[in-house]
Design a protein around this ligand. Structure first.
Ligand SMILES: Nc1ncnc2c1ncn2[C@@H]1O[C@H](COP(=O)(O)OP(=O)(O)OP(=O)(O)O)[C@@H](O)[C@H]1O
Ligand SMILES: [Mg+2]
Length: 552
């Protein structure tokens, strides 16, 4: 793998890369950066969590003249949270060079955005709805833009943003560089490419499978009514560091988050009906670890990069294979391992097989965790915490009571009682969720791998129709109030935690191909929050499957 010094980048960008701790480029960065530097149009595809943001961000920032006072680059993302996150990463990469960037998204006070424009940003990172709003108000001028990036391009198409993107790009000069990025490239992305790109280079790092390789994928077959108890058991058994639980609808997400809280988990929900303030809060809490389970619709499925997510749980199966790939891709990022679990009702088994075929990856069947496994998992966590406390020392003031109690009983009894107390925090509240209808299997062709570098999706499906599930598709709403906001979509979530799972090593199936699909309209905005605290060098693909117990 190449070091970043070999790309002929602006030294100040190189300095920022070093500061971020990136030692080597990832495969997509190695391929895409030189192409992007030449200025040609590009379609970039690589698995989730492999550094696509920096793949377009680094050359973008490198090429900007800081003396310029105009908006010269535009990045569009399907969700708000993603706009915020990409703006943060670009901000970090621009740090030494002094390139200015600004996120523009729905739900935020438009006046504030207009004032921020006075600082003369070079790069705008925005969601289509709000961008269009600014264009119509003439508060953002795109006539000097020379580079455009569509991150999660297929999703924007899927959410029905084609028209908005067309209007926005009609404001950008034709002599520009346009780049599309995503982990999935359904066939109809070609339509977008034909319309907006000129002789694009296809830069694709798609090994055998679409989904990221460090994710252990499994499912359990389970009746709808038993899902919640199984979720509690799974969380107890696996004790994720951070987990994302994806639910199909907003109602589902609300109910699940509340039910988890009642059972004593630190959980919160994220979906498009929350105010932007609430959304920001939930993301902040998840990033700083004040909650360890994020329950979300598909609004959190794309692009979100939260370090420490060890588990993604599809409480409800997603409608589309792409959505599955992106959801589970919230874990297993930047060379770390992750686990993805899917709950599948008996009537959805066909749909699961369909996802397996399209993603060309076998998903291993696992039994529903038993009560004993759940208890054991809880005990293991408590034991680890106890040993940590022991190791930290400073126990002097507890010794007197310990000695006193040991006078009355033996140590095994005493410690058992302590375990009972410490593991018994979770309350056994009875929970009733409103049942969701099973996902119906869609008949799409399982796909033929098209030639090597082609981006076409594995299955030839076009135009997915998203029923009326709020979660993955469906609704496309304008945000009112501030004069035209973004459309939002909902989606599932993924999750993760860095855990001590020793039962790892499930088979990582094989399949060739990429996946695609596109369809209904939907969408929303995602968020990004905290910053990495670690200054450790991060290597992209160290490949070692060691337990990632390191703290971030
Ligand atoms: N060269 C590198 N070395 C180490 N870490 C890196 C490198 N490049 C990017 N990263 C980190 O990897 C993580 C994932 O990157 P990013 O979010 O860009 O992935 P992505 O390919 O866009 O994934 P997705 O398809 O889910 O959007 C980020 O935390 C990023 O900071
Ligand atoms: Mg990304």
């Amino acid at each position: 793998m190449k070091t970043f010094a070999e790309f002929g980048l602006d030294p100040k960008v190189l300095q920022a890369i070093t500061e971020l701790g990136f030692e080597e480029s990832t495969p997509i960065q190695e391929k895409a950066i030189p192409v992007a530097m030449t200025g040609s149009d590009m379609i970039g595809q690589a698995q989730t969590g492999t550094g696509k943001t920096a793949a377009f961000g680094i050359p973008l920032i490198s090429k900007i003249d800081v003396e310029d006072e105009r908006v010269v680059a535009l990045v569009m993302t399907p969700t708000r949270e993603l706009a915020i996150q990409v703006a943060e990463e670009i901000g970090k990469l621009s740090r030494f060079k002094g390139v200015r960037s600004l996120p523009i998204y729905g739900g935020q006070d438009i006046g504030r955005q207009i004032r921020a424009m006075k600082k003369r940003p070079h790069i705008i990172i925005g969601t289509p709805g709000r961008l269009l709003d600014h264009i119509n108000r003439k508060t953002i001028r795109l006539s000097d833009v020379t580079t455009v990036v569509l991150d999660e391009a297929d999703e924007m198409l899927d959410m029905g943003f084609m028209e908005d993107i067309t209007s926005i790009l009609s404001q950008v000069p034709d002599e520009r560089q346009t780049m599309l990025f995503s982990a999935t490239m359904p066939p109809n992305i070609q339509k977008l490419a034909n319309t907006f790109l000129k002789n694009p280079e296809h830069v694709s790092v798609m090994p055998k499978q679409v989904s990221a390789p460090l994710i252990e994928q499994c499912y359990m077959e389970i009746p709808e009514r038993s899902k919640f108890d199984a979720l509690s058991r799974l969380l107890d058994m696996e004790s994720p560091d951070l987990a994302i639980v994806f639910g199909r609808t907003k109602r589902r997400v609300d109910e699940l988050a509340e039910a988890l809280q009642k059972r004593g988990y630190t959980a919160d929900g994220l979906h498009g009906d929350l105010s932007q303030n609430q959304r920001d809060n939930v993301m902040r809490k998840f990033r700083d670890g004040s909650i360890d389970v994020l329950v979300a619709t598909d609004v959190a499925a794309r692009g979100l990069d939260v370090s420490g997510v060890t588990h993604v749980i599809n409480f409800d199966l997603p409608q589309d294979p792409e959505s599955y790939v992106h959801r589970i891709g919230r874990t297993g990022r930047a060379g770390k391992e992750g686990s993805a679990w899917s709950f599948v009702t008996p009537r959805e088994i066909d749909h699961l097989h369909f996802i397996e075929r399209v993603t060309r990856h076998r998903i291993a069947r696992k039994p529903i965790p038993s009560l004993a496994e759940a208890i054991e998992g809880k005990q293991r966590v408590v034991a680890e915490r106890l040993l940590d406390v022991l190791q930290a020392g400073d126990l002097q003031e507890y010794k007197a009571i310990a000695i006193q109690l040991l006078d009355q009983t033996d140590s095994v009894h005493l410690l058992s009682a302590a375990f009972k107390l410490l593991t018994g925090e979770k309350k056994d509240v009875n929970i009733q969720l409103t049942p969701e209808d099973p996902i119906r299997a869609k008949r799409r062709k399982p796909d033929v791998r098209t030639s090597g570098r082609k981006l076409s999706a594995p299955y030839g499906g076009r135009g997915r129709s998203y029923g009326n599930r709020e979660g993955g598709g469906g609704d496309r709403r304008r945000e009112g109030g501030t004069g035209g906001g973004d459309r939002r979509r909902e989606g599932g979530g993924g999750g993760g935690y860095r855990g001590n799972r020793d039962s790892r090593g499930g088979e990582r199936g094989e399949y060739r191909g990429n996946n695609g699909g596109n369809g209904g309209q939907r969408r929303e905005n995602n968020d990004r929050g905290g910053e990495r605290q670690d200054r450790r060098p991060r290597r992209p693909y160290e490949g070692n499957r060691t337990r990632s117990t390191d703290s971030e």
